[in-house]
Design a protein around this ligand. Sequence first.
Ligand code: B12
Ligand code: SF4
Ligand code: SF4
Length: 392
Amino acid sequence: MPSLIEKIKRWGHELGFADIGISNTDLSAYEPDYFQWILNHYHGDMSYMERHGTKRTRPQELEPKTRSIISARLNYLDLSAHSAIEQLHNDQRAYISRYALGKDYHKLIRKRLQALAEKITQEVPHFQYRAFTDSAPVLERPIAEKAGLGFTGKNSLIIHPRAGSWFFLGELYTNLALPSDPPLTKQGCGPCTACIQECPTQAILANNTVDARRCISYLTIEFKGSIDTKLRPLIGNRIYGCDDCQLVCPWNKFTQETQESAFKANAHNALDKATLLSLWQWNEAQFLKQLEGSPIRRIGYAQWTRNLAIALGNCQTESPKKLLTALKQKLNTLNSLVDEHIVWAIQQLSKRQQKQPIQNHQRIKTPFNAPKYYLPVKKLSSPATQTSKTNT
Ligand code: B12
Ligand code: SF4
Ligand code: SF4
């Protein structure tokens, strides 16, 4: 058995995974927390989470033959992309989650896991498996934690002490009873609370959990409805997902850059440095063309426009006249929900134009009070710059 485990890990690395770990299927220690989260309705409109019941916490209910789980992580951060901090701090620009600057990860990771499974099948002909990443009822973070791929941070993400948190997770449910890896027990957040303080919408709660209903990632990606007007100003210029709780996490000074060309920022659509107004000009055909292969396409043009309208309404540095003209051009072109967000943005900008004071709950929070962001600086050819540094 040890030699098979060694081979699985070696093949995993050869296939580009940053780490492979193995766990058993007992997630009973996590089940109460998970269902308390559902009971608190922190999942918002993601009703599939409720519907799946115990399938997520009991792997055999999803795949009866499962005896152990091979958990994998794949780095996605592209350090050659335009600076995340600069993009966030400039309210004329659009902030898009780092994971979405390149190609969609779902197919890529599943194919990689299948390639790993094929190698195992050559060695163990009776090997059976199912590959998952993200979209199935799988409790991916607890599985990764059990398999030793990292610890659970206060921001609820899995953090590896030598690689930070900018990675995706994926799993192979297998019919083999493989020996488990030990979880990492020594590391953790300690007294740090940077992510809790810096989360723009105060979505991070006690007990390493997030109230998805307040999380900008949920609001801009998963949530299809009308966004609470109290939350809109807090969204700032984040038009697809949010990374603030990773950008301020000190463990991310150890980030490992992605080796996947698919995850590099797409030079063609240049989303890493796009302005709000340039994206606002896209019609639906351009949206579909520019975002071919991107995970962003999934939210559709109307939701994309809704998100952009909020960000335009939050923009304080561009001429309101210019923004108002652009916003009015899209009124009555999509649907009533989008119109409602455009009207809100127009009202915000009109108030500013008329110099009406912005009410306190509408005040836009400046991104990050934290003195430091913990993205390592891209390694350059000079030996003097070969060490990891923080960029402030
Ligand atoms: C639903 C979901 C969301 C929701 C809800 C997020 C959340 N925190 O639950 C929303 C849309 C908000 C979201 C956002 C993001 N997501 Co998401 N999401 C998921 C999904 C599909 C399910 C997660 C889930 O089950 N949540 C329910 C909660 C209760 O479960 P949990 O957080 O895993 O909680 C367990 C532990 O925290 C633990 N626990 C609870 N309390 C305590 C206390 C202590 C002391 C300890 C040690 C443990 C512990 O027990 C809980 C289970 O019982 C997973 C994929 C999957 N199938 O698992 C991806 C996933 C978690 N997301 C991921 C990513 C990358 C993101 C974003 C960074 C994307 C972005 N840039 O916008 C943000 C990050 C926001 C954040 N801080 O969580 C990655 C995380 C990778 C990593 N390094 O951890 C995943 C694993 C997808 C993947 N395959 O890579 N996501
Ligand atoms: S992704 Fe953004 S909004 Fe969501 S918990 Fe992290 S910092 Fe808060
Ligand atoms: S920012 Fe601090 S508290 Fe939050 S996950 Fe990172 S180490 Fe933990």
